[in-house]
Design a protein around this ligand. Structure first.
Ligand SMILES: Nc1nc2c(ncn2[C@@H]2O[C@H](COP(=O)(O)OP(=O)(O)OP(=O)(O)O)[C@@H](O)[C@H]2O)c(=O)[nH]1
Ligand SMILES: [Mg+2]
Ligand SMILES: [Zn+2]
Length: 306
């Protein structure tokens, strides 16, 4: 509430927000207007019950489809300053397609994104080399990257990046989002869960999104205040309603190069004189980035026949 207190609020069954079809009309980070319930105005514990009557216009939001073919979309969070995408080279493996789809969506919705590579304590020599390669790749594309181990104490190097901001923590299940949140706070704010021995994957321990007020003393900074949003792990990242011609705008590396394509509306697939394909062939654009780009183009084609 405006006075800083918490209140239990409900959403009416038919509540819809104009223009956006999503499974959650109200998302974490939303500013809402509420009305006190007339009948059940106070519960046994003396607290009031409220109905959400309206959601204020969002400054921004991040939205995805649960699977590429799904018609349902889901708003991860609204009114955020940045996304911290938590990824792991192994235990579990985060795919580059997942990373790139997420980053492309952040570009499309103009939300700043940073990449946090977690669980570096678990990596063998080969995986550490892979980590270095991935970090170099994303730094060269234009993203800030950090590597850490969330179980080795407070990652104070992160605090300056979080200060004064609302940050959405997202990523696959089991990558350590909740562990990182707890490490930043220096105490257990939320539950964490083991990853499965059989599949080396997370078990969806966090089941709903929650925002936490960060207010900590760190080694490098006097005091860091900010907001952190812990979210349930997600599997796939289906993009929403991109036009074929605009997908290239959401890949910074591809976008930079596309200025040299012969045709202004080049989709970098079969057109002659495509500078992007040439850059991929010469290793100037990573094959993994180009493959992710093509996979999103595939979504656009499917969307036409939905
Ligand atoms: N070795 C190691 N284990 C870690 C690290 N970070 C997290 N873990 C472990 O990974 C497991 C999953 O961590 P969680 O924090 O629950 O993962 P999550 O991303 O919140 O998962 P969901 O809530 O299911 O989305 C736990 O057993 C953690 O202790 C790390 O840096 N190193
Ligand atoms: Mg969690
Ligand atoms: Zn092209």
């Amino acid at each position: 509430m405006d006075d800083g207190t918490d209140a239990e609020c409900h959403v009416k069954g038919n509540f819809r927000i104009r223009g956006i079809r999503s499974t959650n009309p109200v998302a974490v980070g939303d500013y809402v207007n509420v009305q006190r319930d007339k009948v059940q105005c106070t519960k046994e514990d003396g607290n009031s019950v409220y109905w959400i009557t309206d959601v204020e216009e969002r400054r921004n939001y991040i939205i995805r489809r649960s699977t590429n073919l799904s018609k349902e979309s889901h708003i991860l969070a609204a009114n955020i300053d940045q996304v911290a995408l938590i990824v792991t080279v192994n235990h579990p493996v985060t795919s580059t397609v997942f990373i790139d789809r997420f980053l492309a969506t952040c570009e499309a919705y103009r939300v700043h994104a940073i990449l946090i590579f977690n669980k570096i304590d678990l990596l063998n020599e080969e995986e550490l080399a892979q980590l270095a390669e991935l970090r170099a790749l994303y730094e060269s594309v234009g993203y800030e990257t950090v590597e850490l181990s969330a179980i080795s104490g407070q990652p104070s190097e992160l605090l300056p990046l979080l200060a004064g901001k609302t940050t959405l923590l997202s990523g696959n299940s089991g990558v350590g989002k909740s562990t990182l949140l707890n490490a930043l706070f220096g105490r257990e704010m939320t539950r964490t869960g083991k990853i499965s021995d059989a599949h080396d994957k997370g078990m969806h321990t966090t089941t709903f999104s929650e925002m936490y007020e960060l207010d900590v003393q760190g080694d490098n900074v006097q005091c860091t205040k900010g907001w952190l949003i812990d979210t349930p792990g997600i599997k796939g990242f289906g993009t929403i309603d991109f036009e074929r011609e605009e997908v290239g705008h959401f890949f910074r590396d591809i976008f930079r190069t596309s200025a040299d394509c012969r045709f202004g509306n080049c989709t970098h697939t079969t057109e002659p004189g495509c500078a992007v394909i040439e850059a991929v062939e010469h290793g100037e654009i990573a094959m993994s980035r180009y493959e992710s780009y093509l996979s999103i183009l595939g979504d656009c084609t499917e969307a036409k026949y939905r």
